[in-house]
Each structure stands twice: as structure tokens, then as C-alpha cells.
Design a protein around this ligand. Structure first.
Ligand code: 5AD
Ligand code: SF4
Length: 484
């Protein structure tokens, strides 16, 4: 049986420190030793692949997992070739869970052919007790399982798995801990997500997030600013501030602070040219925030403002704490103050008790707000949420029919909205080589729209002015515009 003294003998003759993050750095070294031994035995480097499901928060967590794996001596590879495969899971809708089980079926076969392979699972889905029961019973080939609250302990758990073997499972029910200064390996050199808070206190009645991500905790502003300054020094020019409900940032800090104030501070950091954030809850969006956005040169002209439903009755049942009228007023105020802003949203169809009239209210809001884009979801029943116990669940064929009608409207309006920029010149951040059109690059505008244009890979990470020549619905084809 593994214990700390064994590791101690094997590694350094010192016990692991109690303090974080020092403790995790100790275990990274311990992993490194094992990985080196195994590489020497095989005569080749050991490889890893992190696969991310779900949202931007998970994408950022995956960069943290990658940072630790690289420091432990693993090298990146495609999933099919990797010695260590880790799935960072999502559980917001049932489909997300089904996908993971599907992938695991394939991994089981691969592991039979490659006995040295290791498989780990983490993320939101692991915080569900039924999932853990099922994994324990029917997925014994998974080596390491941990959740959202103890992700900072990844190096320690990996060491345990490497030294001890067997199925290592560590799930916490919650935490108030935020561990700073662990390694991170960014996917892009020029842009980065930055967590500003974790968890959610809103308990929208359909949503499993508060149960799997825990109570709201804000990072201290000085830690956030220090991280962004370090990112800027490392060549990052665009940051995306991440939280389930960024508008309530800072309320639980020892010295409370508003999100708008945090934005003001981030704006001052030299080298940062663009600031984005995700996600805003309409009930907490303050006038102060609208002002800061309006007056800022760096905050992007894009706001994601989840509507969920346009019916005040359904919004009440969803526990969203705003009405249709309040939402419309807010959207109007934002458009009035920041006319060039792009608004995007999330909408759920088929929430329990939703009638055709309720659905018509949703269509009405979509027509009035004229979103630049909307992510539409079929309501998915999540065990443990209040909505799952509601009796009047909508039949799937009714939900599907509404979903199709909503999508058609959203697409029609989004196309019209996108077209309003045709012929203009926009500053874009060049993100990548376009895979579908040889010789083309893809860049992102401040308003989050993408444009494909001829260029060279060396321009990735640069800001260029692009004339938007042809609107293709949700994106543009353009040409770099040299003004001087
Ligand atoms: N069913 C369908 N969609 C959901 N979302 C959250 N929970 C559910 C659910 N149970 C959607 C919401 C949220 C987005 C991230 O996912 O629209 O804004
Ligand atoms: Fe879920 Fe609502 Fe929290 Fe968003 S605000 S994560 S929808 S509970």
C-alpha cells in the first residue's frame, strides 16, 4: 500500500510539505522520477493527451492538467497514441455524460492492446455519486478518478496512481480552498483564460453546476492581477476572465469589490489589448459595468447574456430572478450605451411546464433583441435539480419541434446581424491557420466574429486590420487592409 513514507524513500528522503502549492511541486518531482524510469525502460518518451468536454472553465482546467503533465515529463500526443489519456468531463446536459461513456468504451479496447496505458477522468461529471458508482462497478480499467474541488491535487493523485497502481478515486464534496501558482501550459501563446471565481450560488432550477462546482468563491484581486501581469509579460495580449457568474465577482471577498472595479484594474495592465469575460447573469449586471464597458478601449464589444426563456412565468420556475420585461430593458440599455456591441445568449427549450404561449414569448425576445448568435439547448433533466422533480415534463417531440423553430429564427436573425458589418475594416487578432482553405488565416474581431483571410502563419498572434468583404452567415471572408 502506498504511503507518504514510501514515496519519501523512493524520492527525496524528505516528507512531502503540508503547504500548497509546494506539496504539489514535490509530487510533480515524484511523478517525474517514475516517468523517466518508464521512458528509459521503453526507450522512448511517455506521451499524454488531455481531452476537454464542456465550457471555457474546463478548457482552462485542462491547461492546468497539461502544465503538470509536461512538468512530470510526459510529451503531448494524439489520443490514439497516448500512454496517458485524461478526460476532463462536463455534465451540464445528459448528452455530455453519454459522450464520455461512449469514448470510454473505445478506450477499454485500446488499453487491452496497450497494457501500460493509463486512463484518468476528472471534471464535473465525477461529482455525481451515480457516476462514481457506475465507474467503480463497470469501468475498473480507469486508473484515476477525481473531481472539480481537488483538481489542484492532480500531481499528488497521479503520483499515487503511478506508485501504488489500482483504481485511485478521490472526490471531495466541496471546498473553500483556492490554490495559486501551479504550472499551466497554455493552448495559445497570445491569449488566455483567467479564472476570477469558482462555483455558483444561483441554483437555477434546471442546472447541476452549483452541485458539481460548489459555492461561489472569488479569487483575490491581487492574485488575478499578478497572473495577468505575468501573462502579459509572457506575450499574452487577450484575456478572458472566467466565472459562472462574473457579475457577482468579489461579493464574498474579505474586502468586497465589484466586477466593474476589477475590470478597471485589469484595463491598466500594460500589454493587455483585449479583455473578454464569461458568463454574465442578467440579474447582477450593473450600470457600473455598462459604463466601464462603454468607456473602455480594451473591453471587447461582445456580451454573452443568457436569456434561458422569454416567458416570465418560466423564468420564475427556473429561479432566474428577472422577468421578460427586465431582460428586454437591460438589453436595450446595453445597446443604447454601446451601440456597436454584439449580444449573444443561451436559450433552453422544453423546460417543465413550458407551453406554446411561453415558447412564443421566447421567440418574441429573440426577435426584439436580435442576437448576433444564440446557443440553443433542449432541456435536459439533471438528477438532483429541482426541475427534475417537476411533474409537467414536456414530451420530447414537442420540445424538438420548438427547438427547430427557434433555431431557424435565431439563424435567420444572426445572419442579418452579422451582415451589418459588411464592408467595414475591423481589427482582428490572428488566431490560427484555416484548416479548410489553404493559404488562409482565421482572426477574431472584438465583437467575437471570425473572419478568414489570406495570410501567413507567421502572423498568428498579431493584430491586423481586415476589410470584411463577403458575409458567409456567421463569419466573413476578408482581406488585410494596409492603411499606411
Ligand atoms: N438542460 C439544458 N440546458 C442547460 N443548460 C444548463 N443546464 C441545462 C439543462 N439542464 C444550459 C444553459 C446554460 C448553458 C451553459 O447550458 O443555457 O446557460
Ligand atoms: Fe447554472 Fe444558473 Fe449558475 Fe449558470 S447561473 S451555472 S445556469 S445555476
Amino acid at each position: 500500500m502506498y504511503n507518504e513514507t514510501d514515496l519519501d524513500k523512493m524520492y527525496r528522503n524528505t516528507a512531502p510539505p503540508d503547504r500548497e502549492p509546494e506539496r504539489q511541486y514535490y509530487f510533480i518531482e515524484a511523478c517525474r522520477k517514475k516517468v523517466r524510469e518508464e521512458s528509459e525502460r521503453l526507450g522512448r518518451p511517455l506521451t499524454f493527451c488531455v481531452t476537454t468536454f464542456g465550457c471555457q472553465m474546463n478548457a482552462r482546467d485542462s491547461e492546468k492538467l497539461t502544465g503538470i503533465l509536461e512538468q512530470a515529463g510526459y510529451q503531448p500526443a494524439e489520443e490514439a497514441e497516448a500512454d496517458f489519456v485524461i478526460y476532463n468531463t462536463c455534465t451540464v446536459r445528459e448528452n455530455a455524460n453519454l459522450k464520455v461513456y461512449g469514448h470510454l468504451g473505445l478506450l477499454k479496447h485500446r488499453k487491452k492492446e496497450r497494457p501500460g496505458m493509463r486512463i484518468a477522468l476528472c471534471g464535473c461529471m465525477m461529482q455525481e455519486p451515480e457516476v462514481i458508482e457506475r465507474l467503480k462497478k463497470s469501468y475498473r480499467f480507469v486508473d484515476l478518478i477525481f473531481g472539480t474541488h481537488n483538481i489542484f491535487k492532480f500531481a499528488e493523485l497521479l503520483a499515487r496512481s503511478l506508485y501504488e497502481g489500482g483504481q485511485v478515486i478521490d472526490i471531495w464534496q466541496g471546498t473553500d480552498k483556492i490554490v495559486e501558482d501551479l504550472p499551466v501550459e497554455r493552448k495559445y501563446s497570445f491569449k488566455s483564460g483567467v479564472n476570477i471565481m469558482f462555483g455558483c450560488n444561483n441554483f437555477c432550477s434546471y442546472c447541476i453546476v452549483p452541485y458539481v462546482r460548489g459555492r461561489e468563491r472569488s479569487r483575490r484581486p491581487e492574485d488575478i492581477l499578478k497572473e495577468i501581469e505575468a501573462l502579459a509579460a509572457d506575450g499574452v495580449t487577450e484575456v478572458m476572465l472566467l466565472g459562472q457568474n462574473v457579475n457577482s465577482y468579489g461579493k464574498t471577498l474579505e474586502q468586497p469589490m465589484t466586477f466593474a472595479e476589477l475590470l478597471r484594474q485589469v484595463e491598466k495592465i500594460e500589454g493587455i489589448r483585449r479583455i473578454r469575460f464569461m458568463t454574465s447573469h442578467p440579474k447582477d449586471l450593473s450600470d457600473e459595468l455598462i459604463e466601464v464597458m462603454r468607456d473602455s478601449k480594451k473591453i471587447c464589444r461582445h456580451l454573452h447574456l443568457p436569456l434561458q426563456s422569454g416567458s416570465s412565468r418560466i423564468l420564475k420556475a427556473m429561479n432566474r430572478r428577472y422577468t421578460k420585461e427586465q431582460y428586454l430593458e437591460l438589453a436595450e440599455k446595453i445597446r443604447r450605451e454601446i451601440p456597436d456591441i454584439s449580444l449573444t445568449t443561451d436559450i433552453i427549450v422544453g423546460f417543465p411546464g413550458e407551453t406554446e404561449e411561453d415558447f412564443q414569448e421566447t421567440l418574441d425576445v429573440v426577435r426584439r433583441v436580435r442576437y448576433d448568435n444564440a446557443y440553443t439547448f433542449l432541456y435536459s433533466k439533471r438528477t438532483g435539480t429541482p426541475a427534475a422533480a417537476m411533474e409537467n415534463q414536456v414530451p420530447p417531440e414537442v420540445t424538438k419541434d420548438r427547438f427547430d423553430r427557434l433555431l431557424a429564427l435565431v439563424q435567420e436573425l444572426a445572419k442579418e446581424q452579422t451582415a451589418r458589418f459588411a464592408g467595414t475594416v475591423q481589427e482582428v487578432l490572428v488566431e490560427e491557420v484555416n484548416d479548410h482553405r489553404p493559404g488562409f488565416l482565421t482572426g477574431r474581431m472584438s465583437n467575437n466574429l471570425l473572419v478568414h483571410f489570406p495570410g501567413e502563419a507567421a502572423q498568428i498572434g498579431q493584430y491586423v486590420n481586415v476589410r470584411l468583404e463577403e458575409c458567409k452567415g456567421f463569419y466573413y471572408i476578408g482581406r488585410v487592409c494596409y492603411t499606411d
